[in-house]
Write a protein that binds this ligand. Structure first.
Ligand code: IVH
Length: 749
């Protein structure tokens, strides 16, 4: 960003030149934002330019241009949209791709609730609208706020724009005092075509598909433009409500209809999985005639009391799932195969394609997954695509499903050009030249360069500053690349970010004097970095970019361990056992093979136990604790051990941690909970709820649920059939109670 000198020190001719530059930059930013719906400037940078422009105009009023950005229509003076923190998070949905995924979903729900197969458990089924979600807040019947989903926690305030949408009522009669209605903003095919035609005639940019058009239209700074855009809204969910809407999902949606909202006419109650699949087929059949885009069918547990019991995983409800339609396809030529090196060193082949439209979107890159995929081999040694390999020059089928990265699905051998050679997957890293190796059982070839590999280091840094991680304003992918390559002020590891200001102060050439930087932008960057020195445990963990530790696993780990020291101690303690676990897996596989050959039953337990012989007992216990955490299995646990165990990586993490104040994971609000902080163990048969539900509820009340009784156990909840754990508890004098007493204690039936 080019702003260096204070406004007071500008000469008249400098001011004129800068105003000209600002007018150009801001016009371009506005066009990118309005016409393209693809902003290139961050909101903060945009605001900074506008403020600079106003300051110069205030000092030199005679220099104000006829096309001054201050007078631009639609540019709100206070920046883009205000931010809105949702009273209740806006969740996303898990996906199902076939009937067996749907059956598994139903099984999971039943298991969680303890509802037997065969007992009634109705669901609703409704189209999944391909638009963008919106939350509308009504207070005493008046629409007071409309917000986009954003990251689920904080969205954009688009109230003025939402008021221009005809199917959104401004006033409700007979609604609860507080009511947040949630649903999807979308555009019909007819309206989309007409809009694009108008845009074309006006020489303005056209939209790629109705979803983009809806998003671009809703996120207009000038509500008058939104008013001219034909947007519609279907209500299908709600957030905060001061009084329940109904007892069932269907009842609640019908209540929304009676309040004046459009609800989707294809919403049905279905008695079981078969009925869900029938409704799916019905909706799929009607899809082409609906006149608007849908990308699947959403199933929701109908009984709202059961929805409440099922609750949420980190970002998705346990009580709903999206059954997606199969993807769209197109054929095109594979021009080249390039290799990307990711933050975990994975070499990912990317197809460069002759651009082709797939389901309304132009695709020029697609994933080729890994070397086996290119060769036509499946991970289990079998064939994919009937064993056909993929070669540069081939005619290939591209597959795209919703937001998922497009992939190359098939190849047409009859069109293979003469002389096309089989693709040779590189065995060294194209970025650093280190060996790229495949470990036993891993489909992916990885660069062994670790932090010396610039591609890995840069990708790790980009991940570190990304939205779900440290989210440092003004430090995006572009700046990370710049600082990584900078010899005077290098940022090569995350810790370097936090020493940037101190190092800059000691440098002769200041960041502020660099091309593209100025006093303000440098100061703002340092301030933004400082703001992130305090970091919640889950964000830190996610930011480290350890393999398999995504946002969900990071949140699970943070919730479980609460603090950085508890987490690292646990992982370090478990480390010596991780290799044993792998050995036990190998021993199990070997035993299975031997048993199959000899035609006998496999004796798995003894085979596994033999591999554990001689393992330190404390390490094994720590390992078992780690893999026993809800949502964490052996794969994540092993990745943590590896991530914290390599000395160079660990040193880099330690240096980072020195720079930070890590906020312990906020325990759930357990004020008043009689079991907060207590360690409890469930044993025997539970009759009122399943183990999973018992565990989730206990944890929600701030208790730690453990699998084994020890001196640290506070309460043992023993159902019928309790065995050795009850005996052990008695020996240790641990308080023991039955399920009813437990329920009475936590105050719920
Ligand atoms: S229910 C807590 N129902 O799909 C569950 N979502 O992939 C809230 N969507 O963010 C969502 N049609 O934007 C629900 N009939 C429908 C939907 C729907 C479209 C969108 C919604 C959500 C996304 C999740």
């Amino acid at each position: 960003m080019k702003q260096a000198r204070s406004v007071e020190s500008l000469s008249e001719s400098d001011a004129r030149a800068e105003l000209e530059w600002l007018a150009k930059e801001l016009l371009k930013a506005n066009l990118d934002y309005h016409a393209e719906d693809s902003p290139q400037l961050s909101d903060a940078d945009y605001d900074k330019l506008k403020a600079r422009n106003s300051a110069i105009e205030a000092r030199f009023p005679n220099l104000k241009r006829a096309d001054s950005p201050s007078d631009m229509v639609g540019a709100a003076p206070s920046g883009r949209f205000g931010k809105v923190t949702h009273a209740q998070r806006m969740m996303s949905l898990g996906n199902a791709f076939d009937a067996s995924d749907v059956t598994e979903f139903d099984d999971r729900v039943r298991k969680y609730l303890g509802v037997r197969a065969g007992s009634a458990l109705p669901y609703t089924a409704e189209p999944k609208i391909d638009g963008l979600s919106l939350s509308l807040r009504y207070e005493n019947g008046a629409l007071v706020q409309a917000a986009t989903r954003g990251d689920g926690t904080v969205g954009e305030n688009v109230t003025a724009n939402a008021r221009t949408i005809r199917s959104i009522p401004q006033k409700l009669t007979g609604a609860p005092e507080v009511l947040e209605v949630r649903g999807e903003v979308y555009m019909t095919h007819a309206d989309f075509e007409a809009l694009n035609q108008r845009q074309e005639e006006a020489g303005a940019k056209t939209f790629a598909n109705p979803r983009n058009a809806a998003a671009g239209s809703l996120r207009q700074l000038d509500a008058q433009i939104t008013r001219t855009r034909p947007l519609a809204f279907f209500a299908y969910a709600w957030g905060e409500v001061s009084a329940p809407l109904a007892e069932t999902q269907m009842g609640a949606v019908e209540r929304l209809a009676s309040l004046g909202f459009d609800i989707n006419p294809l919403t049905r109650v279905c008695a079981d999985v078969d009925a869900l699949l029938e409704q799916y087929a019905e909706i799929e059949q009607q899809r082409a005639r609906l006149g608007y885009d849908i990308d699947g069918v959403v199933y929701k547990v109908n009984d709202l009391d059961l929805q409440r019991r099922l609750g949420y995983r980190s970002t998705t409800p346990r009580w709903a799932i999206a059954h997606k339609f199969p993807a769209e396809l197109a054929w095109t030529r594979l021009e080249d195969i390039e290799i990307n090196v990711g933050r975990t060193g994975a070499l990912s082949p990317v197809a460069r394609l002759l651009p082709v439209t797939v389901g309304g979107v132009v695709v020029s890159n697609a994933t080729l997954h890994n070397e086996d995929y290119i060769a036509g081999r499946a991970s289990d040694g079998g064939e994919i695509r009937g064993g056909k390999d993929i070669r540069v020059g081939d005619w290939v089928q591209v597959y795209r499903a919703g937001d998922v990265i497009p992939k190359v699905a098939d190849v047409d051998l009859s069109k293979r050009p003469e002389g096309a050679a089989p693709y040779r997957f590189p065995e060294t890293c194209p970025e650093c030249g280190s060996d790229a190796i495949r470990e036993e059982g891993d489909a992916v070839r990885r660069c062994t360069g670790g932090l010396i590999c610039p591609a890995q280091a840069v990708e790790k840094l980009k991940h570190f500053v990304s939205r779900g991680a440290f989210d440092i304003e003004g430090l995006g992918a572009k700046q990370v690349e710049m600082f990584y390559a900078d010899d005077q002020l290098p940022v090569r590891t995350p810790a370097d970010i936090f020493t940037l200001e101190a190092r800059d102060a000691a440098n002769l050439t200041k960041l502020a004097n660099r091309e593209g930087w100025g006093e303000t932008s440098a100061r703002n960057l340092f301030a933004a970095i400082d703001e992130r020195r305090r970091v919640p445990l889950a964000r830190l963990l996610f930011g480290l970019g350890i393999r398999h530790v995504g946002e969900v696993a990071a949140a699970d780990l943070a919730r479980h361990f609460g603090s950085w020291s508890a987490l690292t101690q646990a992982v370090d303690a478990a480390a010596p056992a991780a290799a044993r676990h792998l050995r036990a897996d190998e021993a199990e596989a070997a035993e299975r093979r031997a048993a199959a050959e000899e035609g006998r039953r496999a004796r798995i337990k003894p085979a596994r136990e033999a591999a554990w012989e001689g393992c330190d007992a404390a390490a094994r216990a720590a390992w078992e604790d780690l893999i026993g955490i809800d949502g964490i299995g052996a794969v994540v646990a092993a990745a943590l051990v590896t991530g914290f165990g390599q000395s160079a990586e660990r040193a880099s993490i330690d240096r980072l941690v020195e720079q930070l104040t890590i906020e312990d994971a906020a325990a759930p609000d357990t004020s008043g909970s009689p079991v907060a902080g207590k360690t409890v163990v469930f044993t025997g048969t539970l009759e009122k709820m399943t183990r999973a539900e018992a565990k989730a509820r206990a944890e929600a009340l701030g208790a730690k649920v453990s699998g084994s009784v020890s001196a640290k156990t506070d309460i043992l909840i023993a159902g019928p059939g309790a065995g050795s754990k009850a005996t052990r508890a008695a020996e240790l004098g641990v308080e023991t109670m039955d399920e009813d007493a437990w329920l009475a204690l936590i105050g719920g039936a």
